[in-house]
Design a protein around this ligand. Structure first.
Ligand code: G1P
Length: 298
């Protein structure tokens, strides 16, 4: 595991997942799988691969499955060992986090992403930190996406967000950036606004669920009034810091990004992952052919 100088990563996992009901009635949305791996495990692996070793989960009611997922499952492991299922055992063991590296705290009310981050203030203690949202999957990049943001943070010392261009009709789903022309992988941000309507959006460049933030964000979050959806928005606190002179950088990450908070993104991520595996790729092609044949016959 590579050290990166920034050690703490926050995973806000208190959200309700209404877009995937009824699947998320009893199951945390972060536990929805892409084939056989839950969304939350992808982002945790991303953070570990980038050298983060203090993982802070801001959880909520009904999210206990996530805590169990990252724990040692003694009886399950014993059974798999007895049955000689060693490959599966290895995969199960790989999910358990190193002792003491994870903290779980509760966001008691769903007051927004900014409020969730604020709940972790006492665990962050004056150091810069990462925020990773489990419903944004970034796969197949040259480096873990969050590591690409750390690199930008080390040169600018300001706040950093992951960015990508989205279709005009999707801008109201995201934090949107007004920015200077792109310079390689980065852009200097002039303003940031949470979920604008397409008519007033300053660009099509969206924030995609990865942040490296200065600990001074907590002073802003403490004062932050509710914004979009009546929630305390992280975007609004970042915007206030920017207006006070703290630079904000957008990083166009090298990986392919999937919005798994929406059904279209989840389907694309599943197919993308399946196509990486020759056996599963054959299954995808077979399913498409069958579907085409059925359509042609009807
Ligand atoms: C959050 C942020 C938004 C960001 C998005 C990325 O919104 O508030 O700025 O663009 O994540 O997925 P949410 O999806 O939680 O509504």
């Amino acid at each position: 595991m590579k050290k990166n100088g920034i050690r703490k990563a926050i995973f806000p996992i208190g959200g309700l997942g209404t877009r995937f009901l009824p699947a998320t009635k009893a199951l945390p949305k972060e536990m929805l799988p892409i084939i056989d791996k839950p969304l939350i495990q992808f982002v945790v692996e991303e953070a570990l691969a980038a050298g983060f070793d203090e993982l802070i989960f801001v959880t909520g009611r009904g999210k206990e499955a996530i805590e169990n997922h990252f724990d040692i499952a003694f009886e399950l492991e014993q059974t798999l060992r007895e049955r000689g299922k060693l490959r599966v055992l290895e995969n199960v063991r790989a999910c358990s986090l190193p002792p003491g590296c994870a903290s779980y705290i509760r966001q008691q009310e769903p007051k927004g992403l900014g409020h969730a981050v604020l709940c972790a203030r006492h665990l962050v203690e004056g150091a810069p930190f990462a925020v990773l949202l489990a419903d944004e999957l970034i796969l197949g990049g040259r480096a873990p996406a969050i590591a690409e943001l750390v690199q930008a943070y080390n040169t600018t010392e300001g706040n950093v967000v992951a960015a990508t261009d989205v279709p005009q009709e999707h801008v109201s789903r995201y934090g949107i950036l007004a920015h200077d022309p792109r310079n390689g992988m980065t852009c200097a941000v002039r303003s940031i606004v949470e979920k604008p309507t397409p008519e007033v959006a300053p660009s099509r460049t969206a924030v995609i669920g990865r942040y490296i933030l200065s600990p001074r964000i907590f002073d802003y979050l403490t004062r932050q009034e509710p914004g979009s959806s009546g929630e305390i928005q992280l975007t609004d606190a970042i915007s206030a810091m920017l207006q006070d002179g703290t630079p904000l950088t957008g990083v166009y990450v090298s990986g392919t990004r999937f919005d798994c908070g929406a059904r279209d993104g989840t389907i694309k991520a599943t197919i993308f992952q399946a196509l990486q595996d020759p056996d599963l790729a054959a299954v995808v092609h077979e399913a498409i052919n069958t579907s085409n044949e059925k359509r042609a016959a009807s």
